[in-house]
Design a protein around this ligand. Structure first.
Ligand code: NAD
Length: 309
């Protein structure tokens, strides 16, 4: 199949593009390199440096006639979305609509969209949450991701376009860069490389730090492979396991075989306390299950981090 992977110069989608190539597909990566880098581009993929908001994409899609668009490109920072909700919506919503409109006009057969289970559900009383939990998006980033899902439903219903949304938990793995909350594994590994003790942010009622669901990037890749052939609607992609920040820090140290002090700090306002995703629907309909537990994923990530120096 001929597949357009947006954001393929970034952390997660560069792995997805590589896997699509390995599976024998023809892959074109579109990325504006705002946070992604050429180094991440998989050899064998054609690269187009462009912005998902560019109205000229209609011409590109008319000429290329992709069978599938896999849309990972995004403004990914929650704090940045709070500071500038308009920019977040321009990239994450108008960029998406641009691709959906151009795609449906030019023979697209399937659209895979990446949303955030960590963000759209908001704080959870009783994790893990299934897709039936009513979303309570608590940031402009989460609102735009959820609205994007509704746009996919609209295009599915009105244009007969098969659409799949993958709602990732907190993704970690090789090529993740150490900034932002999503990069906490990368931050911890950076601390171990440099000997700089990390600060663990915590709520008064959560002395071991916030609880999150950490899913390994290779498992997200497997979900993107499955979504080429199956599925309709939204799927949680997570492990269902809650890990506190302190537990994560301890597991990273074990994976690395190194030890370092840490300190605690007060959490940022609005940060979610508990979140984990029940991925039973993905298991049933996509045949997807996470193949890596935290220790295995962290061991592979540390090996990459060491090799990078
Ligand atoms: N990392 C996580 O834990 C996580 C969790 C849930 C969802 N997601 C989603 O996964 C996707 C990939 O995230 P990532 O962590 O790999 O981030 P990333 O920043 O490494 O990748 C995003 C890519 O999109 C590109 N990009 C940004 N704006 C663009 C634009 N206007 N036009 C074209 N390209 C643009 C960037 O240059 C970058 O290469 C995003 O949609 C993100 O919201 C990530």
């Amino acid at each position: 199949m001929k597949i357009l992977v947006t954001g393929g110069a970034g952390f997660i989608a560069s792995h997805v593009a590589q896997a699509y190539l390995d599976a024998g597909h023809q892959v074109v990566v579109l990325d504006n390199l705002s946070s992604g880098t050429r180094d991440n581009l998989p050899p064998g993929a054609r690269f187009i440096q462009a912005d998902v908001r560019d109205p000229g994409l209609a011409e590109l899609l008319a000429a290329e006639r992709f069978a599938v668009i896999n849309h990972h490109a995004a403004q990914i920072s929650v704090p940045a979305s709070v500071q500038d909700p308009r920019f977040d919506a321009e990239v994450n919503l108008l960029g998406l609509i641009n691709l959906l409109q151009a795609g449906t006009a030019h023979g697209l057969e399937r659209f895979i969209f990446i949303s955030s289970g960590g963000a759209i559900y908001g704080d959870m009383d009783d994790p893990p949450a299934s897709e039936d939990l009513a979303p309570r998006p608590a940031s402009p980033y989460a609102v735009a991701k959820l609205a994007g899902e509704y746009y996919l439903d609209y295009f599915a219903q009105n244009f007969g376009l098969p659409t799949v949304t993958l709602r990732y938990a907190n993704v970690y793995g090789p090529r993740q860069v150490p900034h932002g909350e999503a990069g906490v594994v990368a931050i911890f590994m950076d601390c171990l490389m440099t000997g700089r003790p990390p600060v663990i942010y915590r709520h008064a009622e959560m002395p071991r730090g916030m609880a999150r669901d950490y899913v390994y990037v290779a498992d997200c890749v497997a979900a993107n492979l499955a979504a080429l052939e199956a599925g309709q609607g939204a799927y949680n992609i997570g492990t269902g396991v809650e890990t506190t920040t302190l537990e994560l820090w301890q597991t990273v140290q074990r994976a690395a075989g190194r030890e370092l002090d840490h300190s605690f700090g007060p959490v940022r306002a609005g940060d979610i306390k508990r979140s984990a995703l029940d991925a039973s629907r993905a298991a049933r309909e996509l045949g997807w299950r996470p193949a890596h537990d935290l220790a295995a994923g962290l061991a592979e990530t540390w090996a990459w981090r060491l090799a990078r120096g």
